[in-house]
Write a new protein. Structure first.
Length: 113
């Protein structure tokens, strides 16, 4: 199974099979100057680690259209960073870069072996 399939499977498994059980993260007015940033879906694994997928990635991979109003909650990027402040302090490599994008680049860390 490819890494993409594993990633989607793991995300859906954490959300009981539906993206609607995830939290929608709105990312507006990027303070990091990124133009390629987008909205994200957040869930938490069994040890409390945030698991983030971009909405664009999910939609492209599944041909499903995400409606943020159908998600469990809608939060801002700032709220996400405040909620996971302690975890992010210890687990992202560059605090001056977007934490969400850093989590996306480390997506293979979320796949169970």
């Amino acid at each position: 199974m490819s890494e993409d399939c594993n990633l989607l499977y793991h995300f859906l498994k954490l959300n009981r099979g539906s993206w609607r059980n995830a939290t929608y993260i709105e990312c507006r007015g990027c303070p990091y100057g990124k133009d390629d940033c987008s909205e994200h879906l957040l869930t938490i694994d069994s040890i409390g680690k945030p698991f983030v997928l971009s909405v664009a990635y999910f939609e492209k991979s599944t041909d499903d259209k995400i409606d943020k109003f159908e998600c469990t909650a809608i939060i801002s990027r700032e709220a996400f960073e405040n909620l996971f402040y302690q975890w992010l302090t210890w687990n992202i490599s560059n605090p001056k870069e977007c934490s969400l994008l850093q989590l996306l680049y480390r997506k293979s860390d979320h796949i169970p072996q």
